[in-house]
Design a binder for this molecule. Structure first.
Ligand code: BG6
Length: 484
Protein backbone atom coordinates (compact mmCIF):
# COMPACT_ATOMS: atom_id res chain seq x y z
CA UNK A 1 0.00 0.00 0.00
CA UNK A 2 1.61 3.25 -1.12
CA UNK A 3 1.77 6.16 1.27
CA UNK A 4 1.68 9.57 -0.27
CA UNK A 5 2.77 12.33 2.06
CA UNK A 6 2.50 15.88 0.71
CA UNK A 7 5.67 17.01 -1.10
CA UNK A 8 6.31 19.80 1.38
CA UNK A 9 5.56 17.65 4.44
CA UNK A 10 7.50 18.76 7.51
CA UNK A 11 9.35 15.69 8.82
CA UNK A 12 11.31 16.51 11.95
CA UNK A 13 11.66 16.09 15.68
CA UNK A 14 10.67 17.80 18.93
CA UNK A 15 12.29 18.93 22.17
CA UNK A 16 11.66 21.36 25.04
CA UNK A 17 14.14 23.76 26.65
CA UNK A 18 13.66 22.63 30.23
CA UNK A 19 14.28 19.02 29.26
CA UNK A 20 17.32 19.38 27.01
CA UNK A 21 18.92 22.81 27.11
CA UNK A 22 20.76 22.94 30.45
CA UNK A 23 22.81 26.07 31.20
CA UNK A 24 20.12 26.83 33.78
CA UNK A 25 21.88 29.77 35.41
CA UNK A 26 24.27 30.82 32.65
CA UNK A 27 24.48 34.18 30.91
CA UNK A 28 21.85 35.82 33.07
CA UNK A 29 19.14 33.16 32.86
CA UNK A 30 16.73 33.06 35.82
CA UNK A 31 15.17 30.01 37.47
CA UNK A 32 11.97 28.56 36.08
CA UNK A 33 9.44 26.25 37.71
CA UNK A 34 11.04 23.18 36.15
CA UNK A 35 14.42 24.12 37.65
CA UNK A 36 12.86 23.40 41.06
CA UNK A 37 11.97 19.78 40.22
CA UNK A 38 14.32 17.00 41.26
CA UNK A 39 15.01 13.81 39.33
CA UNK A 40 12.85 10.75 39.92
CA UNK A 41 12.00 7.42 38.35
CA UNK A 42 9.02 5.29 37.52
CA UNK A 43 8.92 4.17 41.18
CA UNK A 44 10.05 7.33 42.89
CA UNK A 45 8.21 10.59 42.11
CA UNK A 46 10.02 13.83 41.39
CA UNK A 47 10.03 16.40 44.19
CA UNK A 48 9.37 20.11 44.14
CA UNK A 49 11.62 22.20 46.41
CA UNK A 50 11.06 25.90 47.03
CA UNK A 51 14.76 26.51 47.54
CA UNK A 52 17.35 24.80 45.36
CA UNK A 53 18.88 22.15 47.62
CA UNK A 54 22.62 21.81 46.94
CA UNK A 55 22.45 18.11 47.84
CA UNK A 56 19.60 17.26 45.47
CA UNK A 57 19.77 16.52 41.76
CA UNK A 58 17.77 18.75 39.39
CA UNK A 59 17.89 17.28 35.88
CA UNK A 60 16.96 20.50 34.04
CA UNK A 61 20.09 22.26 35.28
CA UNK A 62 22.38 20.55 32.84
CA UNK A 63 19.94 18.30 30.96
CA UNK A 64 21.77 17.22 27.77
CA UNK A 65 23.44 20.61 27.46
CA UNK A 66 22.04 21.67 24.09
CA UNK A 67 23.14 25.14 25.24
CA UNK A 68 26.71 24.22 24.41
CA UNK A 69 26.07 21.45 21.87
CA UNK A 70 23.51 23.09 19.59
CA UNK A 71 25.72 23.17 16.50
CA UNK A 72 26.56 19.49 16.76
CA UNK A 73 22.95 18.53 17.49
CA UNK A 74 21.43 20.56 14.67
CA UNK A 75 24.03 19.12 12.28
CA UNK A 76 22.83 15.63 13.23
CA UNK A 77 19.19 16.62 12.68
CA UNK A 78 20.22 17.94 9.28
CA UNK A 79 21.99 14.68 8.52
CA UNK A 80 18.71 12.86 9.15
CA UNK A 81 17.08 15.26 6.70
CA UNK A 82 14.88 17.17 9.17
CA UNK A 83 12.66 19.77 7.57
CA UNK A 84 11.37 21.02 10.93
CA UNK A 85 12.80 21.20 14.44
CA UNK A 86 10.49 21.85 17.37
CA UNK A 87 12.11 23.51 20.37
CA UNK A 88 10.89 25.79 23.10
CA UNK A 89 12.28 29.07 24.32
CA UNK A 90 13.18 29.21 27.95
CA UNK A 91 11.23 32.28 29.04
CA UNK A 92 13.73 32.93 31.85
CA UNK A 93 16.65 33.11 29.43
CA UNK A 94 15.05 36.25 28.02
CA UNK A 95 13.19 37.50 31.07
CA UNK A 96 14.96 36.06 34.16
CA UNK A 97 12.23 37.07 36.63
CA UNK A 98 9.46 37.43 34.06
CA UNK A 99 8.42 41.02 34.84
CA UNK A 100 11.39 42.95 33.41
CA UNK A 101 10.66 45.43 30.63
CA UNK A 102 13.78 44.76 28.55
CA UNK A 103 15.08 41.31 27.65
CA UNK A 104 18.43 39.77 28.54
CA UNK A 105 20.44 40.29 25.34
CA UNK A 106 22.56 37.17 25.85
CA UNK A 107 19.40 35.07 25.87
CA UNK A 108 18.09 36.75 22.72
CA UNK A 109 21.43 36.10 21.01
CA UNK A 110 21.51 32.43 21.96
CA UNK A 111 18.21 31.65 20.22
CA UNK A 112 19.14 33.79 17.23
CA UNK A 113 22.27 31.67 16.84
CA UNK A 114 20.16 28.51 17.09
CA UNK A 115 17.69 29.71 14.45
CA UNK A 116 20.49 30.81 12.13
CA UNK A 117 22.05 27.39 12.49
CA UNK A 118 18.70 25.82 11.50
CA UNK A 119 18.44 28.15 8.53
CA UNK A 120 21.88 27.07 7.33
CA UNK A 121 20.43 23.59 6.79
CA UNK A 122 17.01 24.66 5.57
CA UNK A 123 15.34 23.45 8.78
CA UNK A 124 12.17 25.34 9.74
CA UNK A 125 12.00 25.97 13.51
CA UNK A 126 8.70 25.30 15.25
CA UNK A 127 8.87 27.30 18.45
CA UNK A 128 6.87 26.57 21.60
CA UNK A 129 6.67 29.84 23.47
CA UNK A 130 5.95 28.22 26.82
CA UNK A 131 6.64 24.54 27.44
CA UNK A 132 6.10 23.41 31.03
CA UNK A 133 8.08 26.22 32.61
CA UNK A 134 7.55 29.79 33.60
CA UNK A 135 9.72 32.28 35.45
CA UNK A 136 9.83 31.30 39.11
CA UNK A 137 9.75 35.00 39.94
CA UNK A 138 6.28 35.30 38.38
CA UNK A 139 5.05 32.36 40.44
CA UNK A 140 6.39 33.73 43.72
CA UNK A 141 5.35 37.33 43.19
CA UNK A 142 2.06 36.97 41.34
CA UNK A 143 0.89 33.36 41.88
CA UNK A 144 1.67 32.25 38.33
CA UNK A 145 -1.18 32.20 35.80
CA UNK A 146 -3.66 32.76 38.65
CA UNK A 147 -2.88 36.41 38.03
CA UNK A 148 -4.10 38.27 34.95
CA UNK A 149 -0.92 40.30 35.12
CA UNK A 150 0.85 37.34 33.57
CA UNK A 151 -1.02 38.03 30.33
CA UNK A 152 0.95 41.29 29.96
CA UNK A 153 4.26 39.74 30.95
CA UNK A 154 3.71 36.94 28.45
CA UNK A 155 2.81 39.42 25.70
CA UNK A 156 5.89 41.49 26.37
CA UNK A 157 7.92 38.30 26.01
CA UNK A 158 6.05 37.38 22.80
CA UNK A 159 6.65 40.83 21.36
CA UNK A 160 10.39 40.30 21.83
CA UNK A 161 10.19 36.90 20.13
CA UNK A 162 8.11 38.04 17.15
CA UNK A 163 10.29 41.12 16.62
CA UNK A 164 13.74 39.65 17.21
CA UNK A 165 13.15 36.47 15.21
CA UNK A 166 11.12 37.95 12.36
CA UNK A 167 12.26 36.24 9.18
CA UNK A 168 13.93 33.38 11.11
CA UNK A 169 10.85 31.78 12.68
CA UNK A 170 7.46 31.41 11.06
CA UNK A 171 5.75 28.63 13.06
CA UNK A 172 4.84 29.16 16.73
CA UNK A 173 2.89 27.31 19.41
CA UNK A 174 1.58 29.48 22.23
CA UNK A 175 1.50 26.90 25.06
CA UNK A 176 2.55 23.27 25.24
CA UNK A 177 -0.29 20.85 26.08
CA UNK A 178 -2.46 23.67 27.35
CA UNK A 179 -5.14 21.17 28.45
CA UNK A 180 -2.70 19.83 31.03
CA UNK A 181 -3.66 22.84 33.15
CA UNK A 182 -7.01 21.18 33.80
CA UNK A 183 -5.30 18.42 35.79
CA UNK A 184 -3.49 18.31 39.11
CA UNK A 185 -0.19 17.63 37.33
CA UNK A 186 -0.53 20.89 35.40
CA UNK A 187 -1.00 23.18 38.41
CA UNK A 188 2.74 23.63 38.81
CA UNK A 189 4.09 22.47 35.44
CA UNK A 190 1.68 24.36 33.24
CA UNK A 191 0.16 27.16 35.31
CA UNK A 192 2.98 28.05 37.68
CA UNK A 193 0.86 27.59 40.80
CA UNK A 194 3.39 26.78 43.51
CA UNK A 195 2.63 24.24 46.22
CA UNK A 196 2.78 25.79 49.69
CA UNK A 197 5.41 23.38 50.91
CA UNK A 198 8.08 21.19 49.39
CA UNK A 199 6.30 18.08 48.16
CA UNK A 200 6.35 15.18 45.72
CA UNK A 201 5.10 15.95 42.22
CA UNK A 202 1.58 14.62 42.25
CA UNK A 203 0.78 13.22 38.83
CA UNK A 204 -2.82 12.17 39.18
CA UNK A 205 -4.30 13.26 42.52
CA UNK A 206 -5.29 16.41 44.42
CA UNK A 207 -8.36 17.34 42.42
CA UNK A 208 -10.36 19.27 45.02
CA UNK A 209 -13.15 21.53 43.63
CA UNK A 210 -11.28 24.60 44.95
CA UNK A 211 -8.07 23.60 43.18
CA UNK A 212 -10.00 22.91 39.96
CA UNK A 213 -11.66 26.32 40.16
CA UNK A 214 -8.27 28.01 40.53
CA UNK A 215 -6.81 26.04 37.63
CA UNK A 216 -9.66 26.70 35.20
CA UNK A 217 -9.43 30.42 35.92
CA UNK A 218 -5.67 30.38 35.45
CA UNK A 219 -6.24 28.49 32.21
CA UNK A 220 -8.65 31.20 31.11
CA UNK A 221 -5.81 33.69 31.51
CA UNK A 222 -3.66 31.51 29.27
CA UNK A 223 -6.44 31.45 26.66
CA UNK A 224 -6.57 35.25 26.71
CA UNK A 225 -2.77 35.44 26.50
CA UNK A 226 -2.72 32.97 23.62
CA UNK A 227 -5.43 34.83 21.68
CA UNK A 228 -3.66 38.16 22.15
CA UNK A 229 -0.35 36.59 21.12
CA UNK A 230 -1.94 35.30 17.90
CA UNK A 231 -3.09 38.81 17.04
CA UNK A 232 0.23 40.37 17.96
CA UNK A 233 2.17 37.77 15.97
CA UNK A 234 0.08 38.44 12.87
CA UNK A 235 0.48 42.22 13.28
CA UNK A 236 4.26 42.01 13.58
CA UNK A 237 4.63 39.60 10.68
CA UNK A 238 1.65 38.48 8.58
CA UNK A 239 3.70 35.42 7.57
CA UNK A 240 3.58 34.07 11.10
CA UNK A 241 1.59 30.87 11.55
CA UNK A 242 0.56 30.42 15.15
CA UNK A 243 -0.94 27.23 16.52
CA UNK A 244 -2.31 25.67 19.66
CA UNK A 245 -0.89 22.50 21.19
CA UNK A 246 -2.99 20.05 23.15
CA UNK A 247 -2.17 16.75 24.83
CA UNK A 248 -3.98 14.27 22.62
CA UNK A 249 -6.14 12.20 24.94
CA UNK A 250 -7.84 9.63 22.73
CA UNK A 251 -10.55 7.70 24.53
CA UNK A 252 -12.59 4.62 23.62
CA UNK A 253 -15.69 3.45 25.50
CA UNK A 254 -14.63 0.34 27.43
CA UNK A 255 -17.86 -1.48 26.48
CA UNK A 256 -20.93 -0.80 24.34
CA UNK A 257 -22.87 0.02 27.50
CA UNK A 258 -24.43 3.41 26.60
CA UNK A 259 -23.19 4.71 29.94
CA UNK A 260 -19.61 3.96 28.86
CA UNK A 261 -20.25 5.58 25.47
CA UNK A 262 -21.49 8.76 27.13
CA UNK A 263 -18.68 8.79 29.64
CA UNK A 264 -16.12 8.40 26.87
CA UNK A 265 -17.72 11.22 24.91
CA UNK A 266 -17.60 13.45 27.98
CA UNK A 267 -13.97 12.50 28.46
CA UNK A 268 -13.16 13.51 24.88
CA UNK A 269 -15.00 16.79 25.37
CA UNK A 270 -13.35 17.85 28.60
CA UNK A 271 -9.89 16.51 27.89
CA UNK A 272 -9.50 17.59 24.28
CA UNK A 273 -12.20 19.91 22.97
CA UNK A 274 -12.61 22.21 25.99
CA UNK A 275 -9.25 23.84 25.25
CA UNK A 276 -8.98 23.25 21.52
CA UNK A 277 -12.43 24.79 20.90
CA UNK A 278 -11.40 27.99 22.65
CA UNK A 279 -8.19 28.25 20.68
CA UNK A 280 -9.36 27.02 17.26
CA UNK A 281 -12.97 28.22 17.23
CA UNK A 282 -12.47 31.20 19.51
CA UNK A 283 -15.17 30.27 22.02
CA UNK A 284 -15.88 27.94 24.90
CA UNK A 285 -17.83 24.86 23.78
CA UNK A 286 -21.53 24.46 24.70
CA UNK A 287 -20.83 21.66 27.21
CA UNK A 288 -18.53 23.92 29.26
CA UNK A 289 -21.34 25.73 31.09
CA UNK A 290 -22.89 22.58 32.52
CA UNK A 291 -19.45 21.40 33.60
CA UNK A 292 -18.77 24.71 35.38
CA UNK A 293 -22.18 24.67 37.08
CA UNK A 294 -21.91 21.10 38.27
CA UNK A 295 -18.33 21.46 39.47
CA UNK A 296 -18.67 24.75 41.31
CA UNK A 297 -16.54 26.67 38.82
CA UNK A 298 -16.92 30.44 38.71
CA UNK A 299 -15.12 31.69 35.65
CA UNK A 300 -13.91 35.28 35.96
CA UNK A 301 -14.83 36.29 32.41
CA UNK A 302 -14.17 40.02 31.98
CA UNK A 303 -15.85 42.37 29.53
CA UNK A 304 -14.14 42.03 26.18
CA UNK A 305 -12.76 38.54 26.84
CA UNK A 306 -15.17 36.89 24.42
CA UNK A 307 -14.15 39.26 21.64
CA UNK A 308 -10.46 38.68 22.38
CA UNK A 309 -10.91 34.91 22.09
CA UNK A 310 -12.78 35.30 18.81
CA UNK A 311 -10.13 37.59 17.36
CA UNK A 312 -7.26 35.31 18.37
CA UNK A 313 -8.13 32.04 16.68
CA UNK A 314 -5.07 29.95 15.83
CA UNK A 315 -3.91 29.17 12.28
CA UNK A 316 -3.38 25.47 12.88
CA UNK A 317 -3.88 22.84 15.54
CA UNK A 318 -1.14 20.61 16.90
CA UNK A 319 -1.11 17.85 19.48
CA UNK A 320 0.94 15.16 21.17
CA UNK A 321 -0.09 11.56 20.74
CA UNK A 322 1.47 8.67 22.61
CA UNK A 323 -1.36 6.37 23.52
CA UNK A 324 -5.08 5.84 23.95
CA UNK A 325 -7.08 4.67 26.96
CA UNK A 326 -10.60 3.46 27.68
CA UNK A 327 -13.33 5.04 29.75
CA UNK A 328 -15.97 3.23 31.76
CA UNK A 329 -18.46 3.66 34.57
CA UNK A 330 -17.22 0.37 36.05
CA UNK A 331 -15.14 1.32 39.11
CA UNK A 332 -13.42 -2.06 39.21
CA UNK A 333 -11.85 -1.86 35.73
CA UNK A 334 -8.03 -1.94 35.71
CA UNK A 335 -6.25 1.37 35.23
CA UNK A 336 -3.32 2.22 33.01
CA UNK A 337 -0.67 4.94 33.37
CA UNK A 338 -0.35 7.70 30.83
CA UNK A 339 0.96 11.10 29.95
CA UNK A 340 -1.09 13.72 31.76
CA UNK A 341 -3.98 11.45 32.82
CA UNK A 342 -4.76 7.87 33.68
CA UNK A 343 -7.31 5.75 31.86
CA UNK A 344 -8.67 2.23 31.78
CA UNK A 345 -6.61 -0.61 30.35
CA UNK A 346 -7.48 -1.77 26.85
CA UNK A 347 -7.17 -5.58 26.57
CA UNK A 348 -6.31 -5.33 22.86
CA UNK A 349 -3.21 -3.19 23.38
CA UNK A 350 0.31 -3.72 24.65
CA UNK A 351 2.02 -1.09 26.78
CA UNK A 352 5.49 0.45 26.99
CA UNK A 353 7.75 -0.22 30.01
CA UNK A 354 6.21 2.87 31.58
CA UNK A 355 2.68 1.53 31.13
CA UNK A 356 1.65 3.77 28.22
CA UNK A 357 -0.57 1.79 25.86
CA UNK A 358 0.67 1.55 22.28
CA UNK A 359 -2.07 2.24 19.74
CA UNK A 360 -1.10 3.30 16.19
CA UNK A 361 -4.67 3.04 14.87
CA UNK A 362 -5.67 5.40 17.66
CA UNK A 363 -3.58 8.07 15.94
CA UNK A 364 -5.58 7.70 12.73
CA UNK A 365 -8.80 7.79 14.76
CA UNK A 366 -7.69 10.89 16.65
CA UNK A 367 -6.48 12.73 13.53
CA UNK A 368 -9.87 12.12 11.92
CA UNK A 369 -11.73 13.31 15.01
CA UNK A 370 -9.73 16.50 15.32
CA UNK A 371 -9.62 17.36 11.61
CA UNK A 372 -13.30 16.83 10.99
CA UNK A 373 -14.13 18.97 14.00
CA UNK A 374 -11.82 21.89 13.19
CA UNK A 375 -10.87 21.79 9.47
CA UNK A 376 -7.55 23.56 10.01
CA UNK A 377 -4.10 22.12 9.17
CA UNK A 378 -2.84 19.67 11.78
CA UNK A 379 0.60 18.85 13.14
CA UNK A 380 1.55 15.82 15.21
CA UNK A 381 4.23 17.54 17.28
CA UNK A 382 4.95 14.74 19.76
CA UNK A 383 4.83 10.97 19.43
CA UNK A 384 7.28 8.22 20.30
CA UNK A 385 8.28 5.36 22.52
CA UNK A 386 9.98 5.97 25.85
CA UNK A 387 12.17 2.90 26.31
CA UNK A 388 15.35 1.62 27.94
CA UNK A 389 18.13 1.48 25.34
CA UNK A 390 21.28 -0.61 25.58
CA UNK A 391 24.55 0.95 24.55
CA UNK A 392 26.72 -1.83 23.08
CA UNK A 393 30.48 -1.93 23.55
CA UNK A 394 31.01 -0.83 19.93
CA UNK A 395 28.84 2.27 20.43
CA UNK A 396 25.79 0.92 18.60
CA UNK A 397 22.23 1.00 19.92
CA UNK A 398 19.78 -1.48 18.41
CA UNK A 399 16.34 0.02 18.95
CA UNK A 400 14.17 -2.12 16.69
CA UNK A 401 11.24 -1.67 19.14
CA UNK A 402 11.32 2.08 18.49
CA UNK A 403 11.45 1.61 14.71
CA UNK A 404 8.47 -0.70 14.94
CA UNK A 405 6.49 1.79 17.05
CA UNK A 406 7.24 4.66 14.70
CA UNK A 407 6.69 2.69 11.50
CA UNK A 408 3.19 1.74 12.61
CA UNK A 409 2.32 5.25 13.73
CA UNK A 410 3.62 6.86 10.53
CA UNK A 411 1.65 4.33 8.46
CA UNK A 412 -1.49 5.37 10.31
CA UNK A 413 -0.72 9.02 9.58
CA UNK A 414 -0.51 7.99 5.93
CA UNK A 415 -3.95 6.38 6.26
CA UNK A 416 -5.34 9.54 7.85
CA UNK A 417 -4.00 11.62 4.96
CA UNK A 418 -5.85 9.25 2.61
CA UNK A 419 -8.93 9.82 4.78
CA UNK A 420 -8.66 13.49 3.79
CA UNK A 421 -6.91 14.86 6.87
CA UNK A 422 -4.75 17.92 6.20
CA UNK A 423 -1.68 16.81 8.14
CA UNK A 424 1.33 19.02 7.47
CA UNK A 425 3.99 18.02 10.00
CA UNK A 426 5.34 15.23 12.16
CA UNK A 427 7.89 16.02 14.84
CA UNK A 428 8.35 12.94 17.04
CA UNK A 429 9.23 13.57 20.67
CA UNK A 430 12.74 13.65 22.06
CA UNK A 431 14.44 13.20 18.68
CA UNK A 432 17.58 13.39 20.78
CA UNK A 433 17.45 11.72 24.23
CA UNK A 434 16.38 14.15 26.92
CA UNK A 435 14.99 14.32 30.45
CA UNK A 436 11.55 12.78 30.97
CA UNK A 437 8.95 15.33 32.06
CA UNK A 438 6.88 13.03 34.24
CA UNK A 439 9.63 11.07 35.96
CA UNK A 440 12.67 13.34 35.56
CA UNK A 441 14.93 10.52 34.42
CA UNK A 442 17.26 9.96 31.46
CA UNK A 443 16.63 6.22 31.37
CA UNK A 444 13.33 6.74 29.56
CA UNK A 445 14.69 7.48 26.11
CA UNK A 446 12.85 8.53 22.97
CA UNK A 447 15.65 9.63 20.65
CA UNK A 448 17.11 8.68 17.30
CA UNK A 449 20.27 10.09 18.88
CA UNK A 450 21.56 8.51 22.08
CA UNK A 451 23.07 10.84 24.66
CA UNK A 452 25.51 9.26 27.07
CA UNK A 453 24.02 10.64 30.25
CA UNK A 454 22.58 8.75 33.20
CA UNK A 455 19.84 9.29 35.74
CA UNK A 456 22.31 10.49 38.36
CA UNK A 457 23.83 13.08 36.03
CA UNK A 458 27.00 11.11 35.18
CA UNK A 459 28.04 10.40 31.58
CA UNK A 460 30.24 11.78 28.81
CA UNK A 461 27.39 13.58 26.93
CA UNK A 462 28.62 11.88 23.77
CA UNK A 463 26.02 11.77 20.99
CA UNK A 464 25.62 8.41 19.18
CA UNK A 465 23.35 7.29 16.37
CA UNK A 466 20.80 4.60 17.20
CA UNK A 467 19.62 2.20 14.47
CA UNK A 468 16.45 4.30 14.24
CA UNK A 469 18.59 7.24 13.01
CA UNK A 470 19.31 5.64 9.62
CA UNK A 471 15.77 4.27 9.45
CA UNK A 472 14.11 7.68 9.97
CA UNK A 473 16.58 9.27 7.54
CA UNK A 474 15.33 6.87 4.87
CA UNK A 475 11.68 7.60 5.70
CA UNK A 476 12.35 11.31 5.24
CA UNK A 477 14.42 10.82 2.09
CA UNK A 478 11.67 8.80 0.42
CA UNK A 479 8.90 10.99 1.86
CA UNK A 480 7.34 7.94 3.49
CA UNK A 481 7.59 5.55 0.54
CA UNK A 482 10.10 3.34 2.37
CA UNK A 483 7.27 2.40 4.75
CA UNK A 484 5.60 0.23 2.13
C1 BG6 B 1 4.40 15.39 26.77
C2 BG6 B 1 5.20 16.63 27.10
O1 BG6 B 1 3.34 15.27 27.65
O2 BG6 B 1 5.01 14.17 26.91
C3 BG6 B 1 6.71 16.46 27.05
O3 BG6 B 1 4.84 17.70 26.27
C4 BG6 B 1 7.06 15.12 27.63
O4 BG6 B 1 7.32 17.53 27.72
C5 BG6 B 1 6.40 14.04 26.78
O5 BG6 B 1 8.42 14.89 27.78
C6 BG6 B 1 6.77 12.64 27.17
O6 BG6 B 1 6.52 12.44 28.54
P1 BG6 B 1 7.64 11.86 29.48
O7 BG6 B 1 7.07 11.93 30.81
O8 BG6 B 1 7.88 10.49 29.01
O9 BG6 B 1 8.82 12.73 29.29
Amino acid sequence: MAYKFPDNFYWGGATAANQFEGGWNEDGKGASTSDHLTGGSVDEPRRFTKVIDPDAYYPSHEAIDFYHHYKEDIAMFAEMGFKMFRLSINWTRLYPQGDEIEPNIKGVTFYRNVFEECKKYGIEPLVTISHYEMPYGLCEKYGGWRSRKCVDFYLNYCKTLFTEYKGLVKYWLTFNEINCGMHAFGGLMSLGILPEEDCVMNLYGNNTPEALNVRLNALHHQFIASAKAVQLGHEIDPNNQIGCMIAGNASYPYTCNPKDILKSQQFMQMNNYYCADVQVRGEYPPFAKRYWDENGITLQMETGDEAVLKAGKVDFCSFSYYMSACTTVDPTAAKTAGNVIMGIKNPYLKASDWGWQIDPEGLRYYLNEIYNRYRVPLMVVENGLGAVDTLEADGSIHDEYRIQYMREHIRQMGEAIKDGVDLIAYTPWGCIDLVSASTGEMKKRYGFIYVDKNNDGTGSMRRLKKDSFAWYKQVIKTNGESLD
